[in-house]
Write a protein that binds this ligand. Sequence first.
Ligand SMILES: Cc1ncc(COP(=O)(O)O)c(C=O)c1O
Length: 417
Amino acid sequence: MTREQDYHFETLAIHAGVKDNPWSGATLPPLFQTAAHWHEDADNLSRTFSGQTQDHIYMRLTNPTNSFLEKKLALLESAKGATLMASGMAAISNGCMALLRAGDEFAASRSLFMSSYTLFTTIFKKYGIRVRLFDPLDLEDISQNITHDTRFVYIETITNPKMEIPDIRSIADLAHDKGVPLVVDNTLASPWLCRPIELGADIVMHSTTKYLSGHGAALGGVVLDAGRFDWSAEKFEDFTPFVEAKGDLAYSFRLFKEHHVNFGATPAPMHSFLTAIGLDTLGLRMERHMVNAMAVAQFLREHPKVTWVNYPGFDDHPCHHIAKQQFNNKGFGAMMAFGLEDQQACFNLIDHLDMILNLANLGDCKTLIIHPYSSQYATFPQKLKEELADPCLIRFSTGIEHHEDICRDLERALSHV
Ligand SMILES: Cc1ncc(COP(=O)(O)O)c(C=O)c1O
């Protein structure tokens, strides 16, 4: 029999872990809808509390459905440890807080998902935590923003809506030369397109709500640990007890023990069950997403009402070459941004679409559209809003419908612009 390690990504996404479990022949993880687990005797519960068994205690701590998904996601991202969270933002906030103490500093890309931007620049400030923002495409700028106090470097694989693709390997080398870990939000690429740990990243985070689920039925997040950063360095002396307890997995252990358990952002197992179902088709969906995105980007570029299209698949895109190399020629993601004459033109387009959905999500099998300036950034202070969003910009998440239907819907709506 072929061993799991020899399977391709698409096969692993479906089969990994299924036969390892005593599920009475079930091919999907059962939904362990129970707040707590009873124990045969007091000694077993005591030993479980002190970490001597892998048994489950209470849903906020662990749950068998969640554990199944954690193992699978770790395998798909080449990680050693995985901690599921209730949403992508729960993964990002808890995952970063596990690295930070009051008064610390970290360095992050200035192109960030809106809530990550707010968390880093506003919420963390309340705890005296400073972020230094850098241009993710400028290694010199990144280097200058890693100071003596930096605890980690944070980037996104594909930024949104700027569609920048930073050079993960070079940034990981830079971070490591300065003795700090690299954290990557890999949501927009998914592990099918890019595996940052294989490029040198130490910690990877995802909103599983997007491509990993694909159906838009579940919310979730995960923090994945490569298990190879040296936490015993002097700078991370506060990690000593966790290194002593778990060695390579010191970060995962700290995240679990201090943050996951006590902040309580545990996913309901129903969400993990739904995410596991979605994961089965990740490879197939991503292939179709890539083909469709290229077709849609080309259609938009040729349309006279569209003023510009930002899609890394174009060979004149500044990140085209790094994307080809980093994504192994598999595609360029399925997100793009494009411009129309003004905000009213954007509204006219959105209001005349039949099939494409106007909503605040991405990475779904359905094609999704949004005008970020008037929606996600609506409540931002005007100056910041203008800096981060453009009133003429449409963000587009290409789905897996037939690309001719997506283009036809756009064409029809663009005639009203
Ligand atoms: C890149 C990125 N990271 C994180 C998140 C947050 O994920 P969630 O909505 O699951 O909290 C999003 C949501 O759109 C995202 O696009």
